[in-house]
Structure formats: C-alpha cells, structure tokens
Design a protein around this ligand. Sequence first.
Ligand SMILES: *Cc1c(COP(=O)(O)O)cnc(C)c1O
Length: 219
Amino acid sequence: MSITENYYTIKNKLPENVQLVAVSKTHPVSSIQEVYELGQKVFGENKVQELLEKYPLLPKDIQWHLIGHLQTNKVKYIAEFIDTIQSVDSEKLLAEINKEAAKHNRSIKILLQVKIAAEDSKFGLEINEAKNLFQKYISGNFPHIEITGLMGMATFTDDEDQVKKEFLILKKVFDELNQLKKLETLSMGMSDDFPTAIECGANSVRVGSAIFGRRDYSK
Ligand SMILES: *Cc1c(COP(=O)(O)O)cnc(C)c1O
C-alpha cells in the first residue's frame, strides 16, 4: 500500500478524540510532505540532528514532537520551534528545557516519559520520580514549560496481556496526576500496539512504520 493509503487506513482506525503523531524518523522530507498534504500537522522525530535537517525544508505550521531520548546539551537547538518534547526523563532535562524556552520567551509543552516496560533497556522516569517531578512543577518551579501529560512504551512482545497491564499502569498514574492538575495527553501506542493503547486510555498515539513503511537503517 502507498503512504497515502496507509495514512487513511490508520486515521480510520482512530476514534475522533485520539491524536495521531506521525513518526517520520528515517523517512525523507518528500514522504512527510505527502502526509502533510493529506491534512496531518503533527509529526514526531526521535533525533535532534535529523529534525534539524528536515525542519527548514517543511511547512512552518507543522507541530514537531521530539519522541526520542534528548541530551541536555541539545535542547538549545530545538527550543525555538519544538511544539512538544514527549521524552522528558529527568529533572535536569526539564530544568534545561525551561531555561532554553525562557531565552525564546516561550513555553514548551512536555510529557513526562514513564518507564512501564518490564524490560529495563528503555528510558524513562520511575513512577515515583514522575510524581515527585510533577509536584515540583505544580509548585511553580518551571514557568516556561507546561507538562501536558505522560508518555510510555510497553514491552516489545506479542503478549497482549502484558502490554495491556503496562498501559493500564500508566493510565492509573495519569488519572492520579490529573487530579492534582489537569492533563491533556496520554501518549501510548505505536504501529503494533496502538489499538490496545487506546483501549487502555491513550488519547495520543505515535505511529511510524504503519504509515511510512518499514525503516531502512542501512541508508
Ligand atoms: C519509532 C518510535 C515510534 C513509532 O514506532 P513504529 O513502530 O514505527 O510505529 C513511536 N514512539 C517512539 C518513542 C519511537 O521511537
């Protein structure tokens, strides 16, 4: 199927209240432009360098989400234009984003990335760290960021019960924090598990290969 057909297939599977972040990493600007012209405005990249190469070549009303691990020393390169940083996994990074956003006199939306997968290779905050950081944010420590929600990745497995269990853990944390201060976004689910994620309460999904095709890392 073509990228356009893939895009419509995915869109048709998403309830109206679920945001689609089209994950375009490793795919060319021409493919992003194609999906943009179908009406998609929100795209996700996981590497700062790649984002910086693509950003100047594409329409300025694209809302870019950074979804990959971010080093503090790279925040300054994206602070002027990034819409949302989904992968905030330390207080140090949060503080740096706040500082760089201040320089541009703006506010940057962020999601706290929480570790929910059983496998321990993934980045993310422990649940208690996420709660503590959210408390500090509520106390007003970071005026140039807005924590709009949480992001999580489930274990890479065919065991749907396991995946569901992990997504539900994050949904519970989301509900808890949402009581303290209103949150908008629960970002869970990728090409293989987004229907499960939505079942478990996700209202934003990050879909790459199911739209753009498989990634070829050899190029
Ligand atoms: C690559 C990536 C995705 C998209 O993965 P697909 O399986 O291609 O849909 C989603 N989230 C993160 C954090 C990613 O790095």
